[in-house]
Write a protein that binds this ligand. Structure first.
Ligand code: CA
Length: 547
């Protein structure tokens, strides 16, 4: 087929380009063109917050969350005062799709230039970005490049009129291709269209320059007219199919590279983050010169699994691989997102496990993302709408989410587990988030290197976060029982030799002073006599005067 010849030619060109660039790099002794992109400086120490607008806050009583409702809750996310203890302190929000769509989740657009009617107007959205920026919050929106809705006017025209220019925006075939992904029978004539995510989401054809140009035009509209600061790009491995290969093709990598270049040309400090739900080695093929960042799915699973088992073993290796291969601003640790069982539900409803998992997430390197509701330990299991239930704000009816009937029933614990109740509890998972997200902006927790330590008890995890001459010691007991006499050690160099005093960053007593050997090693160091069950500790280290 003609389309296949084009993509084959493109893939050869990409291979050629990479070979030439690699040769140039070798000759110059540096990575000239395939160098790592640099994450914008605002990502340093930042935490992002993922929001499903439909479920966050309803302003007009129709039971559906909306943009004005979100604006009214911005102070909860970040009130713009770095010293405030009442806001989360997130410096960026990722909004799940906000463009016009026939589905409740919004991952299939019928108009890329208009805010979903249920959520408000374009003018409302511009007010949102302005109000967010006033508080130091960057706004990323979900961008679904792979497909449109099957109700998009372009697709409807392509279906009906074989002479329409939009025919070449999608992929049609007759007879049905075999072994090349999901082809859907046209409702209009004896032919098939390609739709990897099913009938309502026909794939756009990014081998057509007109489609690429339209994607750029949409990006320009959202950056320049609507004021967004970047995009979360959905399902990026599927953009271009090549010779029956459906994911991660050379042409897909090229589209991502060019898209990032284009967005950065519009806004140099924009941030684009892609969804590549795959093992580390596969995610690595999307670096160094494509999007800014990708979600750390492998790390999410190791965190959940380690806390579930109460064992530190296996938690850090995915993080250490990321740290080895990728600059910290360019990977995004998280626990769960809108497609996954909620964290606390993974733990059978155990709040102490959800709390310690959040402690680990927010004391690791990278740009962490917190899915709304995770900060109060909201529960939820599939089907999908139950992973995306209304935010639980207060003990008021419908959790303070709406004055009307919520579009989706709240979780059954909303009267006891909500923002208002947890705000009053200093030990709540919510107040832990507020504390740690703020500490990330002012301590090595936000930007320091992670140095793993070994522990004498399998239930205890420990690491240092080092940034220049500042260091924080992180210790957490993942076990259901208090642990006594736990000692820490390093397998290599940790800190400059000498004596170090400690100060707790979470209140409570200091840990014992440290003695680091002349080789920089730490041996048999007992920070505290006893570590409480499922509790985390943070100690800032200070070099003691020489004795
Ligand atoms: Ca509403």
């Amino acid at each position: 087929m003609a389309a296949n010849r084009v993509t084959l030619k493109q893939s050869r060109l990409i291979a050629l380009r990479r070979a030439v660039l690699a040769a140039v790099s070798l000759l110059a002794g540096t990575d000239v063109a395939l160098a790592q992109r640099t994450a914008p400086s605002w990502t340093k120490g930042a935490t992002c917050y993922e929001i499903f607008v439909r479920s966050f806050a309803d302003s007009d009583g129709d039971g559906i969350g909306d943009i004005p409702g979100l604006i009214s809750r911005l102070d909860y996310i970040n009130d713009g005062n770095p010293k405030s203890t009442t806001s989360l302190g997130a410096r960026c929000i990722w909004l799940m799709p906000v463009m016009e769509s026939p589905s409740y989740h919004g991952y299939d657009q019928t108009d890329y230039y208009r805010v979903e009617k249920d959520y408000g107007t374009n003018a409302d959205f511009k007010r949102l970005t302005a109000a967010a920026h006033q508080r130091g919050i960057r706004v990323l929106v979900d961008m679904v490049l792979n497909h449109s809705s099957n109700q998009h006017p372009y697709f409807l025209e392509a279906l009906r009129d074989t002479t329409s220019p939009y025919r070449k925006w999608y992929r049609f075939a007759s007879p049905k291709p075999v072994d090349q992904g999901q082809w859907i029978k046209s409702p209009v004539r004896d032919e098939y269209y390609y739709a990897v995510f099913g009938r309502s989401q026909p794939d756009l054809d990014y081998t057509n320059p007109d489609v690429v140009a339209e994607a750029n035009k949409i990006a320009k509209f959202w950056i320049e007219q609507m004021g967004v600061d970047g995009f979360r790009l959905d399902a990026v491995p599927y953009l271009v199919e090549e010779n029956g290969k459906l994911q991660g093709t050379g042409a897909t990598h090229k589209v991502l590279h060019d898209y990032e270049d284009y967005v950065r040309s519009l806004k140099p400090d924009a941030y684009n983050i892609g969804e590549v739900w795959a093992p580390h080695d596969v995610v690595m093929t999307y670096y160094p010169d494509q999007l800014d960042g990708y979600f750390a799915f492998e790390l999410a699973d190791s965190l959940i699994s380690g806390v579930k088992k109460g064992s530190a073993r296996g938690i850090l290796p995915p993080l250490l691989r990321l740290q080895r291969d990728i600059p910290a601003g360019r990977y995004a640790p998280f626990l769960r997102n809108h497609d996954q069982t909620r964290t606390r539900t993974e733990f059978g409803g155990d709040m102490s496990k959800a709390r310690i998992a959040s402690f680990l997430l927010l004391t690791m390197p990278g740009l962490p993302f917190v899915y709304y509701g995770e900060e109060i330990g909201m529960v939820g299991a599939k089907p999908d709408p139950r992973l995306r239930t209304p935010m639980q704000w207060s003990t008021a009816s419908s959790g303070g989410f709406t004055s009307g009937k919520p579009w989706q029933a709240l979780q059954s614990d909303s009267a006891t587990s909500n923002v208002a109740t947890q705000t009053d509890d200093p030990a709540s998972i919510l107040n832990l988030h507020r504390t740690l997200i703020h500490l990330r902006t002012s301590t090595p927790l936000g930007d320091g290197t992670l140095v793993p330590l070994t522990t004498s008890n399998d239930a205890v995890i420990a690491y240092l976060r080092r940034d220049g001459n500042r260091s924080v010691l992180v210790v957490a007991n993942l076990g259901a029982d208090a642990a006594s006499g736990v000692t820490l050690a390093s397998s290599g160099t940790t800190l400059p030799a000498g004596h170090w005093t400690t100060r707790s960053l979470l209140g409570g007593s200091a840990a014992a002073p440290l003695n680091v050997t002349s080789s920089g090693a730490l041996n048999d160091y007992m920070p505290l006599p006893t570590l409480a069950a499922r509790e985390g500790y943070l100690f800032e280290l200070r070099a003691a005067a020489p004795r």
